[in-house]
Design a protein. Structure first.
Length: 367
């Protein structure tokens, strides 16, 4: 049932071209120039009149929510707040009827996310679910929702569910941007045809990055710590990369917005500190290059995720991992792939129980 792969996690990483395509199927209609999502369309008044969108989630799903903050604010110009469900539910949040609360959850059973949603519902918000498991508790209590069609995710580390969440969130942001007049037809068409090509680009990323990633994993597997840095759309990618490494390899890792380095974490940098930097061409590239220089000046070991053909970062980094070119909006989907593979191979080389890491459960049904 692992389809010839050694672990479910690896199988699920390699399934992503398909799971992303499945998530778009029937929704992204490039020829017709439409995004069809009944959950949004049937409630468009709620979305288009929303004063703000609040996203609640935990773990990897929270990181998908952070990417959505960039997507929705950028493309649809609706204010977005992203909250850990566990914090949101206990701080007497201010919620009103014109808020739309979106819960992102692979399992649809995460206790804190479910409770946060119930609270928002009691206060009159419109509640929307982005879940992978059909008929799950969250899916049942929401007013509407969109399922990710990633298929069953068995590995405790979330991989294909994450990229499916990013896919749904991209569709929602683009759809809302079109309907509220923020996206021209031209821009809308460009975005949807690029999104349609993402499964192929994910396939290409899997094929072209694995070898370099294995080399990097071998070199740094004994490091006690690692830092992950990114900016803009790829700041959440840094958080997600670090979470993935921690949970399956048990190496302490932290994700940071790259510019925050100088406010503290840079003190950690020396020749023993591996620093994974996401430095894609679109979005703050020059600034990330200068962050990389600051790290190199302190002898940090730089592993850079860059776009194909990159010249600048190559001069500074110890290792470069090239991903295909894309718009900034979709770069977190592509950047996720080598970071998933990196955590996987480090964990395998350390002999960890990749699919069932210690102390963790696939769905966290207690708070
Ligand atoms: O099922 P959910 O998406 O609600 O789960 C949330 C987190 O428990 C989950 O993403 C967790 O962080 C993963 N193990 C990360 O890989």
């Amino acid at each position: 049932e692992k389809g010839g792969f050694e672990h479910f996690m690896l199988k699920e990483i390699y399934e992503q071209p398909k799971s992303i395509r499945d998530t778009m199927r029937g929704r992204l209609l490039v020829e017709e120039g439409v995004i069809k999502m009944a959950g949004i369309w049937d409630h468009q008044e709620r979305f288009l009149n929303a004063k703000r969108i609040i996203i609640v989630a935990c773990g990897t799903s929270y990181h998908a929510g952070l990417v959505a903050e960039y997507l929705i604010e950028d493309l649809a110009r609706i204010p977005v707040e992203v909250e850990y469900a566990s914090e949101f539910r206990y701080r007497n949040p201010i919620i009103n009827k014109r808020d739309v609360v979106i819960a992102i959850s692979q399992s649809g059973e995460t206790a804190d996310t479910l409770a946060a949603l119930k609270l928002a519902k009691e206060k009159g918000a419109f509640i929307y679910g982005i879940n992978n498991v059909v008929g799950s508790s969250i899916a049942r209590i929401t007013d509407a929702g969109s399922y990710t069609h990633a298929g069953p995710e068995i590995g405790v580390a979330s991989t294909k569910a994450f990229t499916a969440q990013l896919t749904i969130l991209s569709l929602i942001a683009i759809k809302l941007g079109k309907h509220n007049g923020n996206l021209s037809t031209e821009r809308f068409n460009a975005l949807i045809s690029e999104l349609d090509s993402i499964p192929e680009l994910v396939q290409e990323t899997l094929e072209t990055t694995a070898e370099q990633v294995i080399e990097v994993a071998e070199k740094y597997k004994d490091a006690p710590n690692a830092l992950y840095l990114g900016r803009g759309y790829n700041f959440p990618s840094a958080l997600e990369g670090a979470l993935k490494l921690k949970e399956i390899s048990y190496i302490h890792a932290e994700g940071y917005p790259a510019a925050e380095m100088k406010h503290g974490p840079i003190a950690l940098i020396d020749e023993n500190m591996p620093v994974v930097i996401i430095a894609t061409k679109t979005g703050h590239y020059e600034k990330v290059v200068s962050n990389a220089q600051e790290i190199k000046a302190r002898k940090g070991q730089i592993i850079a995720v860059v776009n194909k053909g990159d010249q600048e970062v190559r001069k500074i980094a110890d290792h470069v991992i090239e991903i295909p070119n894309s718009s900034e909006e979709f770069s977190p989907i592509l950047a996720a792939i080598p970071l998933q593979l990196l955590s996987y191979y480090v964990a395998v080389k350390l002999g960890r129980n990749v699919d069932q890491p210690r102390n963790l459960a696939k769905s966290v049904t207690v708070e």
